[in-house]
Design a protein around this ligand. Sequence first.
Ligand code: OFO
Length: 172
Amino acid sequence: MLSKKIENALNHQIKLEADSSQFYLAMASWAEHNGLNGAASFLYRHSDEERMHMLKLVHYVNERGGKAIIPSIQQPPTSFQSLSHIFESLLKHEINVTKEINKVVGACLEDKDYTTHHFMQWYVAEQIEEEALARTIMDKLKLIGNDKGGLYLFDRDIQTLANAPVPSPKTA
Ligand code: OFO
């Protein structure tokens, strides 16, 4: 059974994952609209993954005797300056998500809730990967700068990352 404190912390995390999904969906749509189809596929997929992160938390809260709260949809930005700005915001956003996940983990330790602490380790590991991926992409975009040919190749290459199989919410 979850304590109220942990239930609230997990519901806060559910909202963050939902907001992340919406944010990346807005980025994906902007990229698609601007002919950057590889980046769009990558971002659509990333948005789906965030929804899975949210669902995984929803199931966990309900299965542990708490009540998962489905948050309202927040309006994300409708336009972005460039692909570099998009990935810069994505990295910043993920760094913030990592901080919030660490807060949940800290609350679990304070509460001696070792079951939720164990459950949250999946998110801790996921954040290491997500931040590393966003940093790699940012490094590539910095190298490309304003080179249109480079951007064309980048957009083609990022499609490969988008095509890898999506893990299911339960096993993700
Ligand atoms: Fe991008 O991360 Fe969810 O947790």
